[in-house]
Design a protein around this ligand. Structure first.
Ligand code: CND
Ligand code: ZN
Length: 375
């Protein structure tokens, strides 16, 4: 029997408060309103940004359903939705592309004004939620919320993808892969023959390495305090691996010595202020470019020597790899289907939604790259 137009009761991982495990609960998911789409989630990756909400490094309201890196199938559509129909394979977009704001209409940026990243309201664009549990409204996360069997997203925050795409792999295109790969190709625009340094070798950092390699970088230096990450970094294109713990001197000095004048491009893919400054300092003093990809911890500030910028370095940030989400995600899926890049090496664990806390433990103990939860 069709579920369209009805409330769906299903399982979801609810985070009731900070620094607590997820609770697997039965939630009610309301039907999609005008210009919204209800999706059956088939697979979702666990990203460090989800963990940042748990620890408070990324401030969002509780209770909340986290998860933003997923793939699924359309269950039903709200009034006025013409570009999606039940059965379509889709990827939710944590950075929407409304097509109407200054970023979407211009050619320079990808950060749609309708993103919930800055306001952190945890609500649908109309200011309400589609989830309830035990009589309480549950917040959305970045307009996606994928740690649930069903979710509702605005049509501007959804991309239709190839019906042959394997959802348990391409879910990574919803965040980790695209964020890292695009930081190298779209934001930094790494050129052939460049020297790059990548700080942090999780799913996102390893995807930066893949992007640097595709761009033709001749030297890619991978930096992590967990040397267990080095084998995979090399497999994906790193030419050198450095553990800051093996040196007395600061890591930026080590990298400058290794390269003569510093790297052409550096990427901070951890989410720490000290490594953001180190990444800036390790790039070439005149034309080096440093890209912040890791989510900055809330309430922390950076004090740095402005001489680092005065001599000509650039310091940039990159959200969702600089991709215009709705336009780019279907193309990235097509590129994956045409074997232009791999996703398998990033997926180290596959679990079910009810094992979500185990998945987060694997991330926190540095044992996983990406865990994919299959439904
Ligand atoms: P994950 O935790 O898997 O990787 C981080 C890596 O950094 C790990 O391998 C750590 O060992 C390493 N690390 C930790 N501390 C240090 C240190 N002091 N020096 C060197 N290495 C260290 O995280 P992820 O790959 O899922 O995400 C990385 C960051 O990117 C994280 O902050 C996440 O929130 C952010 C991000 C940004 C965006 C965006 O759009 N910009 C999207 N998704 C995630
Ligand atoms: Zn993410």
């Amino acid at each position: 029997m069709s579920t369209a137009g009805k409330v769906i009761k299903c399982k979801a991982a609810v985070l009731w408060e900070a620094n607590k495990p997820f609770s697997i609960e039965e939630v009610e998911v309301a039907p999609p309103k005008e210009h919204e789409v209800r999706i059956k989630i088939m697979a979702t990756g666990i990203c460090r940004s989800d963990d940042h909400v748990i620890t408070g490094a990324l401030v969002m309201p509780f209770p909340i359903i986290l998860g933003h890196e997923a793939a699924g199938v359309v269950e039903s559509v709200g009034q006025g939705v013409t570009s999606f129909k039940p059965g379509d394979k889709v990827i939710p977009l944590f950075i929407p592309q409304c097509g109407e704001c200054k970023s979407c209409l211009g050619t320079k940026g990808n950060l749609c004004s309708n993103t919930d990243l800055a306001s952190g309201a945890g609500l649908m664009p109309d200011g309400t939620t589609r989830f309830t549990c035990k009589g309480k409204a549950i917040h959305h996360f970045l307009g996606t919320s994928t740690f649930t069997e069903y979710t509702v997203v605005h049509e501007s925050a959804l991309a239709k993808i190839d019906s042959a795409a394997p959802l348990e792999k391409v879910c990574l295109i919803g965040c980790g892969f695209s964020t890292g790969y695009g930081a190298a190709l779209q934001t930094a625009k790494v050129e052939p023959g460049s020297t790059c340094a990548v700080f942090g070798l999780g799913g996102v950092g390893l995807s930066v390495i893949m992007g640097c390699k595709v761009a033709g970088a001749s030297r890619i230096i991978a930096v992590d305090i967990n040397s267990d990450k080095f084998a995979k970094a090399k497999e994906l294109g790193a030419t050198d691996c450095v553990n800051p713990k093996d040196f007395q001197k600061p890591i930026h000095e080590v990298l400058i010595e290794m390269t003569g004048q510093g790297v052409d491009y550096s990427f901070e893919v951890i989410g720490r202020t000290d490594t953001m400054t180190a990444a800036l300092a390790c790039c070439q003093y005149n034309y080096g470019v440093s890209v912040i990809v890791g989510v900055p911890p809330a309430a922390e500030k950076i004090t740095f020597d402005p001489m680092l910028l005065f001599t000509g370095r650039s310091w940039k940030g990159s959200v969702f790899g600089g991709w215009r989400s709705k336009d780019s995600v279907p193309k990235l899926v097509a590129d994956y289907m045409n074997k232009k890049f791999v996703l398998d090496p990033l997926i180290t664990h596959t679990l079910t939604l009810t094992q979500i806390n185990e998945g987060f433990d694997l991330l926190r103990t540095g044992k996983s790259i990406r865990t994919v939860l299959k439904f």
